[in-house]
Design a protein around this ligand. Structure first.
Ligand SMILES: [Fe+2]
Length: 284
């Protein structure tokens, strides 16, 4: 990893490599991937699936890490929560990162529990100055502990808070600048939230500075007519591809991966989706 440099008293975010197009590592594909070593730039592994488990999952990830770059994506850091940061969790995460030479660590802009209870949901936050201060402070502590700039993903959401005084995209940009962290821009999440809360997704995408974007997520979702649920199933829809194309045209090539978590098809179906992203990146 490239060293963090100091400028005007603040640390600036380290630069992360463009790994090209990647895929999420999913259990049904383990054997296929290790048996065939498909041409793909990198894999994203869900941190919690490998932190505590020895045995086969850990072995598979270590094998994979010898052949591909790996990044770690978590769902339990609860960066927006009010419980104290869980340093036991962070210690295990850091150790796993070292073992598989994780290129970076990401988690979501959310809270996942309170008073020690994990809801296993990525719950949304109000966007205002008080929450911003809280989240920025915690990101800085975590980045310090992990010795690398943390990467934070925009959530998909279904409710908004009356206490919010700023848009999610303004919050994300301000948070990234103040905490000096990277962003994982999930274009599908932007689309899902824009549908659910009636805003223009292009306004959101256009507001995110290129230099903060470390990674991009694409995924399918389920449209129920009145609302969209971020189910990570099915193909990426045309509107999301269009937003992605517009984004890449503006910011240049960025590490991109496709998430497919429900009704997981054969590896080659997911790979074909990644190839579409590869085409977009190739023309950037
Ligand atoms: Fe995502």
């Amino acid at each position: 990893m490239i060293a963090v440099a100091a400028i005007t008293g603040y640390l600036i975010m380290q630069s992360f490599p463009n790994l090209g197009t990647g895929l999420g590592l999913r259990t049904p594909h383990y054997s296929h991937i290790l048996g065939t070593t498909p041409r793909i730039g990198w894999f994203e592994a869900l941190s919690e699936n490998y932190m505590d488990s020895g045995g086969r999952p850990r072995y598979i990830l270590e094998q994979l890490a010898e052949r591909y770059p790996v990044v770690l994506h978590g769902v339990s850091m609860s960066i927006g929560g009010t419980d104290a940061l869980d340093f036991d969790y962070l210690r295990k995460l850091k150790a796993l990162g070292k073992r598989v030479n994780a290129r970076w660590f990401s988690d979501h802009l959310c809270w996942t529990g309170v008073m020690g209870r994990n809801t296993h949901d990525l719950l949304p936050l109000p966007y205002n100055a008080e929450v911003l201060r809280h989240v920025v402070e915690r990101i800085r502590v975590v980045s310090d502990y992990l010795e690398t700039s943390l990467v934070i993903e925009n959530p998909s959401s279904y409710v908004e808070f009356a206490e919010s005084t700023m848009t999610e995209w303004d919050f994300m940009v301000e948070m990234a600048n103040q905490a000096d962290c990277g962003l994982l821009l999930d274009v599908n999440n932007v689309y899902v939230s824009s549908f659910n809360h009636s805003f223009d997704p292009a306004t959101y995408i256009d507001a995110i500075p290129a230099e903060r974007i470390v990674q991009i997520h694409l995924a399918g979702h389920t449209n129920y007519g009145t609302h969209i649920i971020d189910t990570h199933t099915g193909h990426v829809i045309d509107e999301v591809w269009q937003l992605y194309g517009k984004l890449i045209e503006r910011v240049g090539p960025k590490s991109t991966m496709v998430e497919w978590d429900a009704d997981i098809p054969e590896f080659d179906v997911v790979l074909a989706e990644a190839r579409k992203a590869e085409e977009v990146l190739a023309y950037a």
